[in-house]
Design a protein around this ligand. Structure first.
Ligand code: ADP
Ligand code: MG
Length: 151
Protein backbone atom coordinates (compact mmCIF):
# COMPACT_ATOMS: atom_id res chain seq x y z
CA UNK A 1 0.00 0.00 0.00
CA UNK A 2 1.10 3.55 -0.75
CA UNK A 3 0.25 6.55 1.34
CA UNK A 4 0.11 10.32 1.39
CA UNK A 5 0.11 12.54 4.46
CA UNK A 6 -1.36 15.89 5.39
CA UNK A 7 -0.53 17.97 8.45
CA UNK A 8 -3.31 20.01 10.02
CA UNK A 9 -3.14 22.64 12.75
CA UNK A 10 -6.84 23.00 13.57
CA UNK A 11 -10.19 21.29 13.65
CA UNK A 12 -11.14 23.34 10.56
CA UNK A 13 -8.11 22.18 8.55
CA UNK A 14 -8.96 18.55 9.28
CA UNK A 15 -12.54 19.17 8.15
CA UNK A 16 -11.15 20.67 4.93
CA UNK A 17 -9.33 17.39 4.26
CA UNK A 18 -12.67 15.64 4.83
CA UNK A 19 -14.25 17.98 2.31
CA UNK A 20 -11.68 16.93 -0.32
CA UNK A 21 -12.27 13.28 0.49
CA UNK A 22 -15.99 13.79 -0.21
CA UNK A 23 -15.17 15.28 -3.63
CA UNK A 24 -12.67 12.62 -4.70
CA UNK A 25 -13.78 9.24 -3.34
CA UNK A 26 -15.82 7.12 -5.75
CA UNK A 27 -19.22 5.65 -4.93
CA UNK A 28 -19.11 2.64 -2.64
CA UNK A 29 -15.79 3.63 -1.04
CA UNK A 30 -15.06 2.32 2.42
CA UNK A 31 -12.78 4.31 4.71
CA UNK A 32 -11.35 2.81 7.89
CA UNK A 33 -10.42 5.53 10.40
CA UNK A 34 -7.57 4.70 12.75
CA UNK A 35 -6.40 6.78 15.70
CA UNK A 36 -6.83 7.24 19.42
CA UNK A 37 -9.76 8.87 21.16
CA UNK A 38 -9.64 12.59 20.34
CA UNK A 39 -7.40 12.11 17.31
CA UNK A 40 -10.01 13.67 15.03
CA UNK A 41 -11.83 10.77 13.37
CA UNK A 42 -15.30 12.23 13.89
CA UNK A 43 -14.02 15.69 12.96
CA UNK A 44 -12.85 14.30 9.62
CA UNK A 45 -16.25 12.68 9.05
CA UNK A 46 -17.86 16.09 9.74
CA UNK A 47 -15.78 17.51 6.90
CA UNK A 48 -16.91 14.69 4.62
CA UNK A 49 -20.55 15.36 5.56
CA UNK A 50 -20.02 19.02 4.77
CA UNK A 51 -18.50 18.11 1.40
CA UNK A 52 -21.60 16.02 0.63
CA UNK A 53 -23.91 18.92 1.58
CA UNK A 54 -25.30 17.08 4.58
CA UNK A 55 -26.66 19.68 6.96
CA UNK A 56 -27.24 17.49 9.98
CA UNK A 57 -24.65 17.70 12.75
CA UNK A 58 -22.49 14.58 12.76
CA UNK A 59 -21.83 13.02 16.16
CA UNK A 60 -19.77 9.96 16.98
CA UNK A 61 -22.31 7.12 16.78
CA UNK A 62 -20.67 5.20 19.62
CA UNK A 63 -23.93 4.27 21.32
CA UNK A 64 -25.95 3.53 18.22
CA UNK A 65 -23.03 1.99 16.24
CA UNK A 66 -24.25 3.28 12.88
CA UNK A 67 -25.89 6.35 11.41
CA UNK A 68 -26.88 6.91 7.80
CA UNK A 69 -27.27 10.37 6.29
CA UNK A 70 -29.38 10.35 3.14
CA UNK A 71 -30.09 14.04 2.65
CA UNK A 72 -26.82 15.02 1.00
CA UNK A 73 -25.43 14.59 -2.51
CA UNK A 74 -24.76 10.92 -1.79
CA UNK A 75 -25.43 8.70 1.21
CA UNK A 76 -22.95 8.83 4.08
CA UNK A 77 -22.76 5.78 6.31
CA UNK A 78 -20.96 6.51 9.58
CA UNK A 79 -20.06 3.51 11.72
CA UNK A 80 -18.40 3.47 15.14
CA UNK A 81 -17.56 -0.15 15.88
CA UNK A 82 -16.11 0.54 19.32
CA UNK A 83 -18.91 -1.23 21.14
CA UNK A 84 -18.66 -4.26 18.89
CA UNK A 85 -15.28 -4.98 20.45
CA UNK A 86 -14.78 -8.51 19.19
CA UNK A 87 -18.31 -9.65 19.96
CA UNK A 88 -19.68 -11.65 17.12
CA UNK A 89 -22.63 -9.39 16.51
CA UNK A 90 -24.82 -9.98 13.52
CA UNK A 91 -26.63 -6.70 13.06
CA UNK A 92 -26.42 -6.53 9.28
CA UNK A 93 -23.61 -3.98 9.13
CA UNK A 94 -22.15 -5.71 6.09
CA UNK A 95 -25.22 -4.64 4.13
CA UNK A 96 -24.20 -1.02 4.56
CA UNK A 97 -20.43 -1.20 4.25
CA UNK A 98 -19.66 -0.13 0.70
CA UNK A 99 -23.33 0.71 0.13
CA UNK A 100 -24.19 1.53 -3.51
CA UNK A 101 -23.45 5.17 -4.29
CA UNK A 102 -22.54 6.01 -0.71
CA UNK A 103 -19.40 6.64 1.29
CA UNK A 104 -18.80 4.49 4.36
CA UNK A 105 -16.60 5.92 7.13
CA UNK A 106 -15.74 3.54 9.99
CA UNK A 107 -14.31 4.47 13.40
CA UNK A 108 -12.63 1.61 15.32
CA UNK A 109 -12.61 -0.57 12.16
CA UNK A 110 -10.39 -3.27 13.63
CA UNK A 111 -13.34 -4.53 15.66
CA UNK A 112 -15.10 -5.45 12.42
CA UNK A 113 -12.05 -6.20 10.32
CA UNK A 114 -13.61 -9.27 8.72
CA UNK A 115 -16.32 -7.10 7.19
CA UNK A 116 -13.92 -4.69 5.47
CA UNK A 117 -13.52 -4.99 1.69
CA UNK A 118 -10.08 -5.53 0.18
CA UNK A 119 -9.96 -2.05 -1.31
CA UNK A 120 -10.67 -0.31 2.00
CA UNK A 121 -8.90 3.05 2.28
CA UNK A 122 -7.13 3.45 5.61
CA UNK A 123 -6.84 6.88 7.20
CA UNK A 124 -4.78 7.19 10.34
CA UNK A 125 -5.01 10.32 12.46
CA UNK A 126 -2.01 10.93 14.65
CA UNK A 127 -2.17 13.37 17.54
CA UNK A 128 1.05 15.39 17.30
CA UNK A 129 0.18 17.61 20.25
CA UNK A 130 -2.25 20.46 20.96
CA UNK A 131 -4.08 21.13 17.71
CA UNK A 132 -1.58 19.45 15.39
CA UNK A 133 -2.51 16.24 13.59
CA UNK A 134 -0.93 14.11 10.90
CA UNK A 135 -3.44 12.49 8.56
CA UNK A 136 -2.04 9.47 6.73
CA UNK A 137 -4.14 8.11 3.88
CA UNK A 138 -3.19 4.63 2.62
CA UNK A 139 -4.53 2.84 -0.44
CA UNK A 140 -3.47 0.60 -3.32
CA UNK A 141 -5.23 3.02 -5.65
CA UNK A 142 -2.45 5.42 -6.66
CA UNK A 143 -4.71 7.45 -8.92
CA UNK A 144 -6.95 8.15 -5.97
CA UNK A 145 -4.05 9.17 -3.72
CA UNK A 146 -2.75 11.44 -6.47
CA UNK A 147 -6.18 13.04 -6.87
CA UNK A 148 -6.45 13.65 -3.12
CA UNK A 149 -2.99 15.17 -3.00
CA UNK A 150 -3.83 17.57 -5.83
CA UNK A 151 -7.35 18.45 -4.66
P1 ADP B 1 -12.21 11.01 17.63
O1 ADP B 1 -13.46 10.79 16.84
O2 ADP B 1 -10.97 10.53 16.93
O3 ADP B 1 -12.30 10.47 19.03
P2 ADP B 1 -12.97 13.80 17.62
O4 ADP B 1 -12.98 14.24 16.19
O5 ADP B 1 -14.26 13.51 18.28
O6 ADP B 1 -11.96 12.57 17.77
O7 ADP B 1 -12.25 14.89 18.52
C1 ADP B 1 -11.10 15.59 18.12
C2 ADP B 1 -10.95 16.78 19.05
O8 ADP B 1 -9.71 17.43 18.81
C3 ADP B 1 -12.05 17.80 18.81
O9 ADP B 1 -12.37 18.40 20.04
C4 ADP B 1 -11.36 18.80 17.88
O10 ADP B 1 -11.92 20.10 17.96
C5 ADP B 1 -9.95 18.79 18.44
N1 ADP B 1 -8.91 19.18 17.47
C6 ADP B 1 -7.94 20.09 17.67
N2 ADP B 1 -7.12 20.20 16.64
C7 ADP B 1 -7.56 19.32 15.71
C8 ADP B 1 -7.12 18.98 14.40
N3 ADP B 1 -6.02 19.51 13.83
N4 ADP B 1 -7.82 18.03 13.74
C9 ADP B 1 -8.90 17.45 14.30
N5 ADP B 1 -9.38 17.73 15.53
C10 ADP B 1 -8.72 18.68 16.23
MG1 MG C 1 -15.23 9.66 17.25
Amino acid sequence: MKYITFQTSSDLETRQIGYKIAQILPNGSVVALLGDLGAGKTTLVRGVANGLNIREVVQSPTFNIMKIYLKGDRPLIHIDAYRLNDVNTDIGLEEYIGYENGLTMIEWPLFIEKLLPKDTIYIELIHDGEDKRTIKISSDNLTLLEALKNA
